[in-house]
Design a protein around this ligand. Sequence first.
Ligand code: ZN
Length: 410
Amino acid sequence: MSINRFLPFFIILTMFLACKTVKLGVVEGFPDPKDTSDKPILYQEKGVFKQGVITADNTFNGARLNGFDQINDTTYRVTILPENEPINSSPHFAFSLQAEETTDIDLEIYYGDHKHRYWPKLSTDKETWFPIDSSQFDTLKAGNLATLKLQVNSEKLYVSAQELMDTEYNLEWSQTISQSENVELSVIGKSKLGRDILCLDICKGPKKKKPTIIIFSRLHPPEISGYVAMMSFVEELLKDKPLSDSFLEKHRVLVYPLINPDGVDMGHWRHNAGGIDINRDWSHYRQEEVKVVATHAINTVNKNKNKVLAGFDFHSTQEDLYYTLTPNRSSTIFPFKDLWIQGIDDALDGYTPQDEPYDLNSPITKGWFYLLFDAEGITYEIGDETDRAFVKKKAEVAAREMMKLLVLRK
Ligand SMILES: [Zn+2]
């Protein structure tokens, strides 16, 4: 038998290996898979609630208010409950207060069995927010009750755990970004309750075979500081010319800016409308939002033979840090992460980035990027109360350092 008879098969095999496609199916390799099947959630009663001289309202996107009571002449209490339990103790609250005449009140925010997390922010227009002054705010030792001293009048006063940035805000931001000639905005599918899930596809020129970066945000609804970082990071990829031009000529970026739209608009603490933490579902894709994003990302990179180099997932926690993978899980662009963090360190005086590597555990996005694409997986965490100007500046630096490293890569 001549060797020539096998040659076509060998060529096909070589082509197959060179253009390895990523499969859409259960992702094996997570040591601690979770049951991410739907669980029931508590729906808030939406309405305008009057007690004494004060009116409380939760009829807007992102609101969370589960009870409103008057305790005595000057003290009122709002009750804040999670969408379901067990849940990470991150009580998100958002409501407005109004009174016919100017009234000083003590407002208690009661979290049931959960501990306070977010420093309250105040606004009269839901656009400009001010952290409450420390002289007006206290949390009791038990931690499940916060007290605020507020002056309420006929103008609505919004009180919220974080700035409110709902799906409408996200659509407007995405549309603004997509005015760049290098950006295509599309609706890639719907959430469990039918809200749009968006993707920004960023590239200069043809997309075929360009190495690709994936960006995720808002898997957890109230994690606004991480979302603010994501927006600045993405904006920098378009405006830091000539670096951004060289980067986008060689690379493609897929941005999924808000992956949990039901949770965001329903004012959830952490879960989606299926009652699940969707950052634990990246092996079985049981939740609609995860299935939509994973399917889109995999089909898109397969179609254009794009090799995914890195995935960044933007979140918020108590402090700024990077959750990365341990060296036994090195990506195809190893040691990118160490050089990138060093670059951020060198570029920012008086700030030392905190790298917290840990091995694969439950099915979170960081592990998904690595297991599916051999890519660098980074959870980019911003402190809940980190100064927003610094959040933006650091994200611009982080985007520049990433572009520099990848442009120089052979
Ligand atoms: Zn998170």
